[in-house]
Design a protein around this ligand. Structure first.
Ligand code: SF4
Length: 213
């Protein structure tokens, strides 16, 4: 993956507008999202859970905290992965399939709280500065689109900091900072709502077994 360029160089459209050229409401206290909301055509239909209103109301404080503490979380995640691998005999005895439901229950809540995880089942947080790329409205896995705003926010959700701008910032603090440069495979949708923790553990156990043979 090419190094994500600074927002100002990748941005187009609204990103190139200086504060003076923004509509007065967007440049002042009112957010662009509020302007968009006000001018949106009125109808009785509201999409469940994806309305811009709901998204605007969301706060990103915990997600951003995780990015700011990416180094500590990287260390913690590595220890956690070691622990899960050490427990491989237990997972095997119980059966990975049977262990999936309880592990997924915990994983979904912990990662949902810390990263707004969408349970894609193929976690790349350790390569993306602890910023989950599945929160990108375009679900880009290899860097930002060309629409990052001048303030580093998303062009689709103006109140949300671009997950890839944050990923780059978070990755700079990590020991494996350049892991972000690795090209990610397209998302395998068949792994949605499955436990990435167990999948990674089973893969690591298989690799360890191969090495030992
Ligand atoms: S990359 Fe996938 S598994 Fe990892 S936090 Fe994001 S949605 Fe969850």
């Amino acid at each position: 993956m090419a190094e994500p360029a600074p927002a100002s160089t990748t941005a187009r459209g609204p990103a190139s507008a200086s504060p003076e050229t923004l509509p007065p409401a967007a440049a002042g206290g009112t957010t662009q999202a509020a302007v968009v909301r006000k001018t949106a055509p009125k109808s009785d239909y509201k999409p469940a859970d994806v309305s811009p209103q709901r998204r605007v109301q969301r706060r990103y404080s915990v997600r951003l905290w995780s990015v700011r503490h990416s180094r500590g979380l990287e260390w913690l995640y590595a220890r956690f992965a070691d622990l899960f691998l050490a427990l491989h005999p237990l997972w095997k005895a119980v059966g990975y399939a049977r262990a999936e439901a309880p592990v997924k229950f915990v994983e979904k809540r912990v990662k949902g709280f810390l990263f707004d995880c969408r349970m894609c089942g193929q976690c790349v947080l350790s390569s993306t500065g602890m910023s989950c790329p599945m929160n990108c409205p375009k679900q880009l896995r290899n860097g930002p689109c060309g629409g990052v705003r001048a303030n580093g926010h998303c062009e689709v959700e103006p109140d949300m900091p671009c997950v890839w701008v944050k990923a780059w910032e978070g990755s700079r603090n990590m020991v494996h900072a350049d892991a972000i440069l690795a090209v990610q495979k397209p998302v395998d949708q068949s792994l949605r709502e499955t436990s990435a923790w167990l999948r990674v553990t089973a893969l690591a156990a298989a690799a360890r077994g191969k090495e030992a043979a």
